[in-house]
Design a protein around this ligand. Structure first.
Ligand code: ZN
Length: 277
C-alpha cells in the first residue's frame, strides 16, 4: 500500500471505527499512504499531509480476528467485511474484515499516536536484554502473564508466549522476578526466534488470520505446545498439558518446563505441585 492513495471510504459497520465515522472518513479520504509503522500489535499507516492539513495516522488494531487485505475491487467480499477503502484509481481496495469485532480502526494525530505507542511496552523484537531483565525484576506475577501484558512488552499473544516459554524451558507459572539472568537471556532469545520464524511463515492461522496479500499463516504446523494438549512433547515425549495462567490457557511440557523450587511463594508452589500430577 505504500505510495498508494486512499480515494474513498465505504464504512459498512460504523462500530469498528473509533470515534465518529464521518470524522474518520474526512480525515482519511484523499490521502496518500507514505509510511507504515508498527509497535507490538498496533499498526499505523502514515497519511501524507500538506501545507493546510497536518499528517494523520490510520491506526489499525486487528484484535483477535481482524484482517486487513488488499483485494481487487471486483473480488467478492469476505464475510464480516466492515470497511472498504478504494486505492488509487479504484481498481484495488484496502479492506478491513473482522468476525469477532475486537479490532478497531482509528485516525489520529502524531501526538495521539505517540501517546498510544508510548502506553505500550518495548516491542518484543526490539527490546534489549537489559530492558527485558528490568521488566522482570521484582515481579511476583507469573511470567506467562507478564509476557502477554502489552504495557510491559508488546507484541506477544497467547500462542507465541506459550511457544517461547517452551523453547526456553520455563514453566508458565514461574514468578517473573525469580527468573535468573541466564534464563531471561534464553527466554528473550526464544521470544525473538519464535516471532521472527512466525513472521517468515506469515503468522499462525487457526481460523481467521490472513496477511495483507490474503495468505493464511504457515506457522501453525511449527507449533510445539500451543493447542497440542495431550500430544507428545516434541523434545521428550511427555504429554503436553494445559492449565489456566492469569485466566488464559497455557500449554506446556511438565517435564521440559519444570517449576522452579527456590523462593516460590507457598500458595503458588502448592498449587503448582497439585496440578503437576
Ligand atoms: Zn518435554
Amino acid at each position: 500500500v505504500l505510495g498508494r492513495s486512499i480515494l474513498k471510504i465505504g464504512i459498512l459497520t460504523p462500530s469498528v471505527i473509533a470515534g465518529p465515522p464521518e470524522t474518520f472518513r474526512k480525515q482519511v479520504e484523499a490521502r496518500c499512504i507514505v509510511g507504515v509503522e508498527r509497535k507490538g500489535k498496533a499498526l499505523a499507516l502514515h497519511l501524507h499531509g500538506n501545507s493546510t492539513i497536518p499528517p494523520a495516522y490510520l491506526l489499525v488494531r486487528l484484535g483477535m480476528t481482524g484482517q486487513i487485505v488488499v483485494a481487487p475491487r471486483a473480488a467478492p467480499l469476505l464475510p464480516h467485511t466492515h470497511v472498504r477503502m478504494a486505492l488509487d484509481e479504484g481498481a484495488d481496495e484496502l479492506r478491513y474484515c473482522d468476525s469477532r469485532r475486537f479490532g478497531r480502526l482509528r485516525c489520529c494525530s502524531r501526538k495521539e499516536l505517540s501517546n498510544i505507542f508510548g502506553s505500550l511496552g518495548a516491542d518484543a523484537l526490539q527490546i534489549t536484554e537489559e530492558q527485558f531483565r528490568q521488566s522482570l525484576y521484582g515481579r511476583r506475577g507469573a511470567i506467562k502473564g507478564l509476557l502477554m501484558n502489552q504495557a510491559i512488552i508488546s507484541g506477544l499473544g497467547n500462542i507465541y508466549a506459550d511457544e517461547a516459554l517452551f523453547k526456553a524451558q520455563i514453566h508458565p507459572e514461574t514468578p517473573a522476578g525469580e527468573i535468573t539472568n541466564s534464563a531471561a537471556r534464553k527466554l528473550l532469545n526464544a521470544i525473538k526466534t519464535v516471532l521472527r520464524r512466525a513472521v517468515d511463515l506469515q503468522g499462525t492461522s487457526f481460523r481467521d488470520y490472513i496477511d495483507i496479500e490474503g495468505r493464511p499463516g504457515n506457522f501453525r504446523a511449527r507449533l510445539c505446545v500451543y493447542q497440542r494438549t495431550g500430544k507428545p512433547c516434541l523434545r521428550c515425549g511427555t504429554s503436553i498439558r494445559r492449565i489456566l495462567v492469569c485466566g488464559r490457557s497455557s500449554h506446556f511440557c511438565p517435564r521440559c518446563q519444570r517449576r522452579l523450587r527456590v523462593f516460590v511463594p507457598r500458595g503458588v508452589a502448592a498449587r503448582g505441585r497439585g496440578r503437576s500430577h
